[in-house]
Design a protein around this ligand. Sequence first.
Ligand code: FAD
Length: 469
Amino acid sequence: QTALVWLRDDLRLDDNPALHAAADLGMPLTVVYVLDEESAGVRPLGGAARWWLHHSLAALAASLEASDSRLLLRRGPAEQVIREVAVETGAVHLFWNRRYGEPERAIDTAVKAWARDNGLEASSFQANLLFEPWTVKTGSGGPYKVFTPFWRACLASHDVRDPLEPPAQIPGPPPSGRTRASDELDSWHLLPSSPDWSGGLAATWTPGEQGARHRLDDFLDGPAGEYGTGRNLPAIEGTSRLSPHLRFGEVSPFRVWREIRRSFPRTVPADVGIFRSELGWREFCWQLLYNNPELATRNYRPEFDRFAWQRLGRGELAAWQQGRTGYPLVDAGMRQLWQTGWMHNRVRMAAASFLVKNLLADWRIGEQWFWDTLVDADAASNPANWQWVAGSGADASPYYRIFNPVTQSRKFDAGGRYLREFVPELAGLDNKAIHEPWKAGATDYPEPLIELPESRERALAAYQQLKDG
Ligand code: FAD
């Protein structure tokens, strides 16, 4: 008798309840990952996330091998592939940690039904969210639409459980007689080749469980205590940079929660409380996606279906994507994204606001670009935050809030360190001129793509028109 653990967005040994329960059975164990780019509704990963996945799977395979186990890689429609692997390996019990997107849940439900009809047991676990979306409801039984009461209700509903330690022993796979070989990771071509744009990603990140743990420890030992102010300054490492690790489940939110408590055993300082509520935003976004499966394609607030988004002029989208808008903060952010696969949150808000408000582009255009270029591209957080910026989302930024990229960079990068790092052609300007280079007549840097005051007025008028019906 053998068992099967199906890993998905939980590429870790630590605090992995599915793996833990399977290992406890003591029977030979197959650990499988399926690259599913075919099932209906499953959103194919963007380029940066594919790069991350490759390295994360390589790291996971190495840790499983160190535990005398191994990772089986298969590709195809997940429902069919898992059934095949279960039959091949003679599994009697299937284990996985739950996912919350609609197409993924449909697949899991189908596999569960198949298992039941064929005499296999299937067990699923809570591992990737601290609070499962269906457990947090308003007094009238519906989902929360506003973050603060949502998070308050989460914290009041139950304690966050302690994480599980990695299994002491992971049983090896069943004898390979009937099992077809694993795919070679390289054969999936997750890495870019020509051109290979991943150098900056490799220089910035260490995908995998160990890399995640280092980030967590470094953050709690350092910037966490001053997160309240540090998180707004893009020039410093004031935030945890855990987002891609959380996205791929290389660290569990339960582990993060636990390590916070361990680092601050008496009371959690206010700054760290703010950090915890950012984890709450992640939960909120997933709750939104769970209740609104089309969050990435439909306005959460349907009145926005009437909004007069503008078609971008020739070159405008490319200028935004490539960081050539003439606004240093937006350009620095977009170049940071392209080079490293990540952008600081404050700059994400400014760059997104520039696209949907100053350029009046449909938020879905920006969402798709971020989906393709972020290493932390997340099926819930990305659309939820884009809709937040556009004003079409839940608990969204009010439509009249239009980030001014010049004011933002003066305020949050006063010394221009961030701007100089990512827009080196401005490095020679002084701290005043660097925020408005057109005034200094900088020659090798683009002129502003659009005037701020006029584009702001145009956006306000468009939003007012929507409001007036
Ligand atoms: P920290 O400040 O250290 O926060 C800790 C963790 O909390 C993050 O790792 C993340 O998991 C979570 N978190 C923080 N802020 C948010 C938020 N606003 N919404 C949801 N979760 C949050 N985050 C993603 O993880 N994936 C995305 O695809 C994504 N797209 C975004 C798009 C736009 C337009 C904007 C404005 C924000 C987006 N965010 C996204 C949220 C946020 O920018 C990132 O989570 C954060 O910058 C990651 O850096 P960090 O790990 O250092 O964050």
